[in-house]
Design a binder for this molecule. Sequence first.
Ligand code: 13P
Length: 338
Amino acid sequence: MTTQALIETALALIAGDKGLLAMDESNPTCNKRFAQAGIPQTEEARRAYREMIVTAPGLADSINGAILYDETIRQCKKDGTPFVKVLTDAGIIPGIKVDGGAKDLAGHSGEKITEGLDGLRDRLRDYRKMGARFAKWRAVIAIGDGMPSRGCVEANAQALARYAALCQETGLVPIVEPEVLMDGAHTMERCRAVTEDVLRSVFNELFVQSVVLEGMILKPNMVLPGLACARQETIDEIADATVRSLLRVVPAAVPGIAFLSGGQSAALASARLNAMNVRGKSSTASPPWALAFSFARAIQQPALEIWRGEEAHVSAAQESLCHRAMCNREARRGEYSG
Ligand code: 13P
């Protein structure tokens, strides 16, 4: 696998104003969302849900790549066709979440470190043989009293960089996802300062670990006020703060930024992404990288609430899924109108 091939895959993931669909919820997370929607938490229900998604007609009109989970990459349609083949035949690049989840960070109460580096080289090789062409690793950073600590930021940044280097060695494009959470009463200014600090650490570690920036995608949070903060900035203020922060800390060699939605409503996530791209259309403010999306909840949640585990609701759920995906394609062009 050459560096050129990695770069081509990274560019293909953000090509044509489309984005990524994160359908890589771990079994516990997927079960939690099923429980809230009254859906049985079984392997068969998870399989049927993912079949609804990967067979949605027209999904590839807005989606270049789909991130799968270890269970999902091994699953098939009811007729036996592997999901990886369904996606590839539709022109959607299969990816795989490879982190082992966020665990308590020793000595840092309330903070998390993402695990999963042990044995990762072999797992990446296996996933590549199964058809994956890119991977994802999520680090979780909470804002609170004395948080995040240096220990938390640096440990997570180093793990992200080691994961990214292993991905590139195996011929997989790493999606590097340091998520600063929106839970809390902190201001947007505090989120801005933490996000910039985290990204500075991440890019420093990516440099130390010799990661090729042209062959990766950054998946950050938007710069947002905490959910419980009294002052909630406007869509344009959030878009402006987010792009300004990224311009300060993300090297121009990175081809694309694909935001996570992080619990924002589907409509707000699209509107804020749209405002960033509208801002970027002015020649003085045009950023050097694509501003794309890699949403899970902001694309899937409305469809999940329609589907509710019922075969009879599959087409309506697929329509909703493709509608949200298309809204985000419009947002990439700065043409989303709500
Ligand atoms: P959300 O868009 O729901 O935040 O999920 C994105 C993701 O992939 C989290 O790792």
